[in-house]
Design a protein around this ligand. Structure first.
Ligand SMILES: Nc1ncnc2c1ncn2[C@@H]1O[C@H](COP(=O)(O)OP(=O)(O)OP(=O)(O)O)[C@@H](O)[C@H]1O
Length: 334
């Protein structure tokens, strides 16, 4: 059984007199010890998917439908008090900007001790347990950092403190929303290595939200590509980089520095993610897609299999299957 299983999740906002989904029919699994990266341009619905998992959708939004199972329990059925316990004990969140998640007037140590005490952890000596945690996230001089305030730490150290806070209650799943975007490149690599190490040491699962495919290549096992609120392609990381099957994924890769799919000159994706008010019918990428044709405007587009572990919501894949019985199966990436 997967650790996390999300089925047909839709989350939306009231626009005029109707509810408009900003996350639509999203389904995915995360196995124990696995990292799933959720990628896509700004506004594609990555963060909203993450907040939906925790049932923390910003008002006036709400989850419109779907199921979210963790260790077999459907979070949608839990009363709010129990959901609070799940947020502490099963799923932890790491944000892009640790300053907004850390309390500026409390030392790092007292925030860790408080978090452990709330969850009944830390044993007889919570201070020692907190210093241990700071060592676990490779803080230099953990005993000194215990007594420091967030503003006394560099960006990278603050992110380590936040990761320590996320680990406090020994979660099974960490949701990391752009955890390295605000950091410079060398510190980014250190934090990604730390996350990989912690995942290995603690058997953690990770949902990594990022718009940076370089981070995905370095950190993830599988990738789900989101566009305009839907997952349009899902694949193991190698397969996605080797044979992207959705034109949107191909366009993301062409825009990625250092990708084998990018030409010598990077190609930014023309146009913009459509707004909720102006969502095109069928495949929302249609208006930006060089391969767009009438069949793309049929609603809803299912996930077509590229292989047992790779799917794409693109009619080209269906077409490729049809042609594969001859010898002319060609995806646009080939
Ligand atoms: N409070 C809100 N009210 C109305 N619409 C919202 C609200 N929050 C998010 N949205 C809409 O939901 C959609 C998805 O937003 P979301 O923040 O999940 O995207 P994202 O992929 O995480 O982007 P980014 O990388 O910029 O954070 C967007 O169209 C956004 O306009």
């Amino acid at each position: 059984m997967p650790l996390l299983s999300v089925r047909h999740l839709s989350t939306g906002f009231p626009i005029g007199n109707r509810w408009v989904p900003a996350v639509q029919d999203v389904s995915f699994d995360i196995a124990r010890g696995e990292t799933l990266a959720l990628v896509g341009e700004s506004g594609s619905g990555k963060s909203l998917t993450a907040y939906s998992l925790l049932r923390l959708v910003p008002p006036p939004g709400r989850i419109l439908e779907g199921e979210i199972h963790i260790e077999g329990r459907n979070l949608m059925d839990l009363p709010e008090a129990e959901m609070e316990r799940v947020r502490g004990a099963k799923i932890s969140l790491i944000f892009q900007e640790p300053m907004s998640a850390l309390n500026p007037v409390l030392t790092i140590g007292s925030q860790l001790v408080e978090a452990m005490t709330v969850h009944g952890l830390g044993g007889a000596d919570p201070k020692a347990a907190a210093i241990d945690l700071l060592a676990t996230v490779r803080m230099d001089d953990p005993a000194r950092r215990f007594g420091e305030y967030p503003h006394q730490l560099s960006g990278g150290l603050r992110q380590r403190a936040l990761i320590a806070l996320a680990l406090c209650c020994r979660p099974s799943l960490i949701v990391a929303d752009e955890p390295t975007t605000a950091l410079d490149v060398t510190i980014q690599a250190e934090i990604l290595n730390l996350l990989r190490q912690l995942k290995h040491d603690f058997g953690l699962s990770l949902l990594l939200i990022t718009h940076d495919l370089g981070v995905v290549a370095h950190t993830a096992d599988r990738v789900a590509v989101m566009y305009a609120g839907r997952i349009v392609e899902e694949a193991p990381v190698r397969a996605l980089f080797k044979m992207p099957a959705h034109p949107y994924t191909q366009a993301l890769l062409r825009a990625m520095p250092g990708s084998t799919h990018s030409a010598r000159r990077l190609e930014p994706i023309e146009g913009q993610v459509p707004s909720l008010q102006r969502m095109p019918p069928g495949c929302a990428f249609g208006p930006r897609c060089a391969w767009h044709h009438d069949a793309c405007d049929v609603e809803p587009l299912p996930m077509y299999p590229v292989s047992d572990t790779h799917g794409s919501r693109c009619v080209l894949v269906k077409e490729a299957h049809r042609l594969a019985s001859g010898s002319a199966a060609k995806l646009p990436a080939e």
